[in-house]
Design a protein around this ligand. Sequence first.
Ligand code: DAH
Length: 358
Amino acid sequence: MGLIDDLDALQARAQEMIAAATDAKKLEEARVALLGRKGEITQIMHMMGKVAPEERPVLGKRANELRRMAESLIEHAAGDLKRQAMRELMATESVDVTLPGARPTIGHAHLINQIKEEIEDVFCGIGYTVESGPQVETSYYNFTALNAPMDHPSRSARDTFYVVDNAPGSVAHPEQHAHGESDVLLRTQTSGAQIHIMEHQKPPIYAIVPGTVYRPDTADACHLPQFNQVEGIVVDEGVTFGDLKGTLDYFARAMFGEDRQTRYRPHFFPFTEPSCELDVSCHVCGGKGCSFCKHSGWIEILGCGMIDPNVLINCGVDPDRYTGFAFGIGVERVAALRYDLPDLRTLMTGDMRFLEQF
Ligand code: DAH
């Protein structure tokens, strides 16, 4: 029998073997027996080198056909077996479409943003608008227009982040702003927004401005180099200190509880006269004194005062016709007081075990 007959016989056997493979394991066995390293077809291919040169083209072509046929049959058989297995699985096992899926974790607003929004809600409820101001300011808006003298200590580069002035045509005049490398700074307080608002709106003004402020403090339990304030400004005819007290008493009770007492303690701010700090009776001990309020019974929550006439004049507002009050609330401070946070840095570090509690 010639090699060509061997090839015909092998083809018939290969077809039979592949057809007889009723599962993946048997099919793999057939593949190894035919096309594996020592498989029958592989061996025939190896034999081609020994065939007489004149027979080689015909036999080689036939052997190649056989190999390709076997490969293709095996591939099809494998596909058929897979589909059959899937059909069987679907016939015997049903899919429970009521099984709950993987639940995505839903985030929520950061505590500081929650408190900011709560403060906004309180003031929107009594007719205030919510405004915004730039975080990069000039010393005019952050200090000068707010009546801060040129030698006020808060202007020093130790208390204010000065940044390079990149405005086109700007020239550094260090002699005019001896406190930093330029006249441009990261705002240290939201109070500068009072100036922007009065420059753009005519009284009556009833507005709050929430925003981030910056000071070169090293972060510790009670200080952050970046924190948030909510500024408030009211300018209208006939506004008195009584209006300031009524408004801020209302705010303190809305934020900290109806039964809170308030105390207005004289203080100094360049842009308000008179100025004070507002204390709220301690909600932990009810004002009796405890470790939370450092045994004073009171907790400081904001600075406030009647807008200094100089500030009104700086903004083109007639101080004989209009008066007003302003206040600045520390948002981190309110959060710390509300939740007795021992360390403000936990608000910045992004540890979800802490933040998820709120
Ligand atoms: N800007 C002040 C600060 O950062 C807070 C402040 C005090 C704001 C009195 C005011 C105010 O509007 O009237 O410490």
